[in-house]
Design a protein around this ligand. Structure first.
Ligand code: XIL
Length: 369
């Protein structure tokens, strides 16, 4: 009888430990991959105290949502603004987080001066290379050894596998990508270096991005990871398609980062593009859940999150990090993209800063897989 009671008590103790272990995403995923979030300025400066509490408790990695983009870091040539980025990095260090810099070379949210001379004409390849080098070297050196991974190049490839006709491409051709990686590597040889993009499950992108990784490696230029943004919807892409892409990238010898995950619960005018310059006019029909998600949509959305995390856990040996693109629904860029003024529910914490029921489900998944 005593033994039975003792065994019962031991079982209770074990289940208590399990319950304790499961009180955060960070703990649940600690032996799988980093679990991260993007941070906005209110969080970086600590004015949004409730989100900051969530970030400290739940996440092991952070990335800046906007403040490390080139238009903010170098609004005028040679005039750098580091106040926000410095605070962001300090926060990460203080809380022992894996800090990601986003992003060095991107056609969007880049200052206009970067590509033109004083008459507004495109600069020569030599001048653009010098500007890229100066930007990358200044930014990466400042955070050397502190920012652990950089999205070196963002969104350079289109869905059909062709190169985006950005100013970088127009002036330098494909060479701007290896150059960017080389400059970053020189500035911090120990930082992880990534190529990052949306719709990276798209077969055309998979083809060119895997080729890009191979080309960089064959030139002796280091690339450590491919970042799949993962701004996904309820139906597209399929989990199967997503897995195929993860496997294709892993096969080239790099890790996969899931870098900007959120699952929009709203109808999409075109699938899952995240091209920030694409905007669609507001239409009442496209904003159906202003007062909350109906139960069936809620369930479908939770299942979709779980399906993605089942895949990430299955592929954990190929995945280094899964980062959510924000903390709570009301802060998500998806309320204004691709249609301005909608009410979306894409993230893991609700508008009252509460963890949604799916958080507990993801924690359970992590602990059983
Ligand atoms: C978005 C931010 O979330 C918004 O606040 C900003 O207005 C536009 O950019 N791909 C990226 C991210 O790599 O930097 C973008 O972030 C979303 C798409």
């Amino acid at each position: 009888m005593k033994r039975i009671i003792l065994l019962g008590l031991m079982a209770l103790a074990v289940s208590n430990v399990a319950a304790q272990k499961s009180n955060s995403l960070k703990k649940a995923f600690q032996n799988k991959f980093y679990i991260g979030t993007a941070m906005n300025l209110e969080q970086i400066h600590g004015t949004d105290t409730k989100s900051v509490e969530i970030i400290k408790k739940q996440f092991s990695s952070i990335v800046s949502e906007n403040c490390m983009k080139s238009m903010y870091l170098q609004p005028q040539e040679g005039k750098f603004f580091f106040d926000d980025a410095d605070k962001f990095v300090e926060f990460g260090e203080k809380n022992k987080m894996f800090i990601i810099g986003h992003t060095l070379i991107w056609h969007s949210q880049a200052p206009d001066w970067f590509f033109v001379d004083k008459d507004g004409k495109n600069v020569s390849p030599g001048v653009l290379k010098q500007r890229m080098k100066n930007h990358i070297t200044t930014v990466v050196s400042r955070y050397k050894g502190r920012v652990k991974g950089w999205d070196v190049v963002n969104e350079a490839i289109m869905e059909d596998g062709s190169y985006r006709k950005s100013k970088f491409y127009e002036i330098l051709g494909e060479e701007f990508i290896p150059l960017a990686f080389k400059y970053a590597q020189e500035a911090d040889p120990n930082a992880e270096l990534y190529y990052n993009d949306y719709n990276e499950w798209h077969p055309g992108k998979v083809k060119t991005v895997t080729q890009l990784v191979k080309d960089l490696k064959s030139k002796g230029i280091r690339i450590d990871g491919v970042g799949m943004q993962a701004h996904v919807g309820m139906d597209t892409p399929s989990i199967n398609e997503y897995e195929k892409a993860i496997l294709a990238y892993a096969k080239t010898g790099v890790k996969v980062n899931i870098t900007e995950l959120e699952i929009s619960a709203l109808p999409s005018p075109w699938g899952t593009s995240a091209n920030v310059s694409d905007k669609v006019a507001y239409d009442e029909k496209m904003n159906p859940y202003k007062n909350g998600l109906p139960k069936d949509v809620q369930t479908q959305w939770e299942n979709r999150y779980q399906d993605f995390f089942k895949l990430f856990l299955k592929q954990k040996n190929n995945i280094r990090r899964v980062t959510l693109w924000g903390v709570t629904d009301n802060q998500s860029w998806k309320n204004d993209f691709p249609i301005k003024g909608r009410t979306d529910y894409p993230l893991l914490f609700d508008r009252q800063f509460n963890a949604k029921p799916v958080v507990e489900k993801l924690i359970k998944l992590a602990e059983t897989k």
